[in-house]
Design a protein around this ligand. Structure first.
Ligand code: SF4
Length: 72
């Protein structure tokens, strides 16, 4: 199962992920960082299982993250 992994504590809140893929990302009003919708966290590392058809575009989002904290 493909997964997105988000190292949220290093997020700089640029909102590129949210702008590219609003179905999966939200910007937190609390701390200004991106939140991976419906993800499961383990010590501030968030994981979300995604559909096979979402992999390619999610990789584009990961590439666009300026601090490279989105992995697949
Ligand atoms: S693109 Fe990266 S740094 Fe920018 S808000 Fe998303 S996770 Fe954070």
């Amino acid at each position: 199962m493909p997964k997105i992994i988000h190292y949220r504590n290093k997020c700089i809140g640029c909102s590129i992920c949210f702008e590219m893929q609003p179905a999966l990302w939200r910007m937190s009003k609390k701390d200004g960082k991106a939140t991976l919708v419906q993800s499961i966290s383990k010590k501030d590392v968030y994981q979300l299982v995604i559909r096979e058809e979402d992999v390619e575009f999610s990789m584009e989002v990961a590439k666009a993250c300026p601090v490279k904290i989105i992995r697949l």
